[in-house]
Design a protein around this ligand. Structure first.
Ligand SMILES: [Zn+2]
Length: 340
């Protein structure tokens, strides 16, 4: 047993939500999944500008390192600041020392021009050599043409599509609409209401699903590879794994933490090099599923990248000044809240 593990991988994040914590309440209390999107997340994303995106990604990356997470699959939307947004996120995370796979979530919510610009941002970033996928918000906010365009662009560029699938009842026909488009390299997020098999990796986000009251996704019953994501609520993968285990166990008392451990392992399919990162933990059995499942509060003390560079020492990032990151992101959060 050892207190050292490879770097953790977050299989689905929205780094822009790092500034959302403590945001002003919506005008009306949302009572359903769709209202949560409309009154919280779709008011937030439209307010984002370049500086907010930069500092939310920087803060999110620092907080990820502090949790031993060295690689993030991010899904981004900022309809008022589309062009260049993926580079801002990737550069901010690279500065901190966190690996990323980014995607811009295309949607028809802002008309055909919004969808076109979203696709163009994915294409610009990927053609310039950026690491990512083609992002789509979800089938229920896109027409069939936009879904086909995104699938076509991804196939052309040799990457998958990163898309929310059947997260809530509003997107229950996603399986039917994506059936002829999805491929093995697609990254399917949630799949709570998915009524059939689709090829691809499924990103399971138990805390987010509970928070949105959409129900349990039962990922263990799916044939797909499963990875764990946070859906924007931090990047503490051992915390998410404990939640995933508790939620799964609530549903089936015969199940074991080893299944959730495999979901963490599957993250290295997306970021093989994160295996070479070394995280030193505050608890001596950090590499055991059966210990981790019942040990809240473990902390990453030190994170070292595969090439030996120390990225986090005594819980503090080494490449950026923690106090400056906290001050700048608090300033951007104040700007964001003022706009809401
Ligand atoms: Zn999401």
């Amino acid at each position: 047993m050892s207190a050292i593990t490879p770097g953790m991988v977050c299989g689905h994040h929205h780094l822009y939500s790092a500034l959302a914590r403590g945001m002003p309440p919506p005008p009306r209390q949302p009572t359903r999944f769709r209202e949560i999107l409309e009154q919280i997340w779709w008011r937030l994303d439209v307010a984002l500008d370049a500086e907010m995106i930069r500092w939310s990604a920087t803060l999110g990356a620092v907080e990820a390192l502090q949790c031993g997470t060295t690689a993030i699959v991010d899904h981004h939307e900022s309809p008022s600041c589309i062009e260049g947004s993926l580079s801002i996120i990737a550069d901010a995370c690279a500065t901190v020392g966190v690996r990323t796979n980014v995607a811009y979530g295309v949607t028809d919510r802002h008309g055909p021009d919004g969808a076109r610009r979203g696709l163009a941002e994915n294409e610009r970033f990927l053609r310039a050599g950026g690491r990512g996928m083609v992002g789509v918000h979800a089938a229920f906010t896109c027409g069939d043409d936009t879904l086909a365009d995104a699938a076509g662009l991804a196939a052309q560029l040799g990457v998958g599509v990163h898309i929310h699938v059947a997260e809530g009842p509003d997107d229950a026909d996603a399986g039917m609409r994506l059936q002829t488009l999805a491929r093995d390299d697609w990254h399917l997020v949630h799949c709570v209401y998915l009524d059939r098999e689709l090829p691809g990796t499924i990103a399971h986000n138990p805390r987010s699903n509970m928070n949105n009251a959409v129900g349990y996704a039962r990922p263990a019953a799916r044939p797909n590879p499963i990875v764990l994501g946070t859906d924007g609520i931090g990047a503490d993968m051992l915390e998410e794994a404990r939640l995933a285990y508790a939620r799964m166990r609530e549903d089936d008392v015969l199940t074991s933490p080893d299944i959730v451990w495999q979901w963490l392992e599957n993250g290295y399919r997306l970021f093989p090099e994160a295996r070479t990162d070394r995280v030193t933990w505050s608890y001596p059995h950090a590499d055991s599923a059966w210990h981790v499942a019942f040990t809240p509060g473990m902390r990453a003390l030190q994170v070292e990248s595969g090439d030996g560079e120390v990225l986090l020492r005594d819980g503090r990032p080494t490449r950026v000044d923690l106090d400056e990151v906290l001050a700048k992101s608090a300033e951007q959060a104040r700007r964001l809240f003022a706009m809401l």
